[in-house]
Design a binder for this molecule. Sequence first.
Ligand code: SF4
Ligand code: SF4
Length: 164
Amino acid sequence: MKNLIRIMLEGAYSNIKRIIFASDRVTDMEIRSRVLEGRVVPTEKVAEISCIGCAGCKNVCPTGAVEMVKLEEPVELMEGLIKKEIPVLNSETCVNCYYCHDFCPLYALFGEAGTIHPNNVGVVELDIGELLEEPVKISDDKIAFISQFLADSTILKKREEETD
Ligand code: SF4
Ligand code: SF4
């Protein structure tokens, strides 16, 4: 009984400390200060130059947080593959599941960093022309699964032609 009372009192004391002194919100307080002082710099979510515009990220996103927007000037990446759109990630509806990154074919098929990331895509500079010429080294089952999400499967068709 004494132990139970002691646990209850300790719990009540911890909660009072949390409420009055924000004792377990050290990180939150730092983030709040950074926001209030304008020290938070928005990060890039899409590496626009290296992205091939396949819309895999949009198609796989469970919350509709990725929208494809038209490029003013389409870009020919390789014969038969023209990039016409690039994704824009809306952080307000993103739930950080990472599907967009993990299904991005540059990551899923070629093992390079994906060109979309819910937090910070970082610097992704790929020689797309050269990369897309490389053979895909994953199982046919995995390719079939990923290909459901690609709006443009030119890179997969090309691979099929090469292995015929
Ligand atoms: S990480 Fe965000 S944007 Fe990416 S698929 Fe998940 S919810 Fe969509
Ligand atoms: S899945 Fe990757 S390559 Fe395809 S549009 Fe999205 S970011 Fe670009």
